[in-house]
Design a protein around this ligand. Sequence first.
Ligand code: ZN
Length: 500
Amino acid sequence: MPSAAKDPYSSLREELYRVYLLKTTLGLLDWDQQVNLPRNSADLRSEQSSLLAALHHDAFTSRRVEKALDAMESINSPSGNDQSVVTRLVRRDFDRAKRLPRKFVSEKTEHQSRSYHAWAMARENDDFAYFAPYLEKTLELAKEESALQGFDRNPYDYHIDIHDPGLNAEKVESLFSALKAPLTELVGLLIDSQAESKPELFRGFPVSHQERFALLVTEKMGFDYSRGRLDRSVHPFCAGDGSDTRMTTRFDPDNPLDSLFSAVHETGHGLYSQGLPRDEAATPLGEAVGMAVHESQSRLWENQVARGRAFWRHFAPVYYKYFHEQLRSVSDDDFYLAVNHVSINPIRVDSDEATYNLHIMLRFELEKALFDGQLSVRDLPGEWNRLCLSIIGLEPKNDTEGVLQDIHWSGGAFGYFPSYALGNMIAAQLWYRVIEDIPALESNFAEGDFAPLLDWLRKNIHRHGRRYDTEELVKRATGKAISPEPLLRYLRERYLPPYT
Ligand code: ZN
């Protein structure tokens, strides 16, 4: 690119592109660490990643980026056009990155890595006391970070805002409290009324067949495998961006539906990544708005679409062909019940789509109390068990099944959990809007045509990148503010009719 005639916006984009190359390379190393890395090669990888993270931070907070931003701010672009949106959002990210001293960033990164290993060990040995000092330090650093960012009076809000721009504890609280009582009542009703599921019917499904079926389904959903992959990892995830989207799932011969729904879930994330504007990949217009919207995409495909009858009207004959032997004695009703079964489980990731939200409420209450100073890390396991009984209806047998089950706090990811339940609410809200806009949607599914849904999501969600914050994006897409009502309506419609 000739540099002499460069306008300020091209200069800014060029700087951002360098930052983007570093960020995506770092992401690839991280993906490789979770998918391929030999066990004894972790030390080298951790040095490689930490060097690249430092280079990325330096590149983004450089004088060159600052000069390009200053130059853009001296021009009066009309607000709302791409240039002014990009300038505003990059300035926000830049200022936030600059407010964190290098020493703080490296201390935090180093602590996170040690804390992760301490958590893994504590979880294995059911020994919360071993992990507690690490978690105390993590919480201290998280509060310090909030203060550095000007959130000293409401430190938890900063961590919610990192994941879902524009949201805070008060807004989350009001949505959760509207959801809690009707959801608890509904879960009680479902557990009392549904037929018994038969997990023993789903055993011995060959992994190679499962993988072929997952590829078939995810490709039908619209995932472009010419710029993405599906690999295996212990914990399924989706990384990369629209130019190179890396999804993973896990395959268990005795839990084939979990494997399939994990693949569908990650494909929901992957489709969002692939639908973001690719020529804006290095700018905020090519990035996802936040975790709640990301999760709404994965949940919509996993729950509203893939647990529905129309989806299985198309795929059941193929599934029965792949697993003819195993499904010989499984009736349609057994199958549908296995796909949609509600039960109280102490483990969040093993929970169904209804009780899952109660798990999130538990974590939200605890995070709030930790940040308010009303709860100490030492008292966390007892408080977890007490609240678990009152919100979910059971007490974990031990801390491995309780407070030690999730990875999030070990890496300092406070404020992340609410995104999951918000994602469930947004997914249901989008769903009712889509079926209103496309009345033939479910008959399309039954014919194996998922393109109308994907086109709607591309148009109403994906193409906007970070142009609007979470609440505004949902309002534009559905005409309404985020609300728990559509989720409650969806859960009643999905779960009540066949069993009452
Ligand atoms: Zn997800």
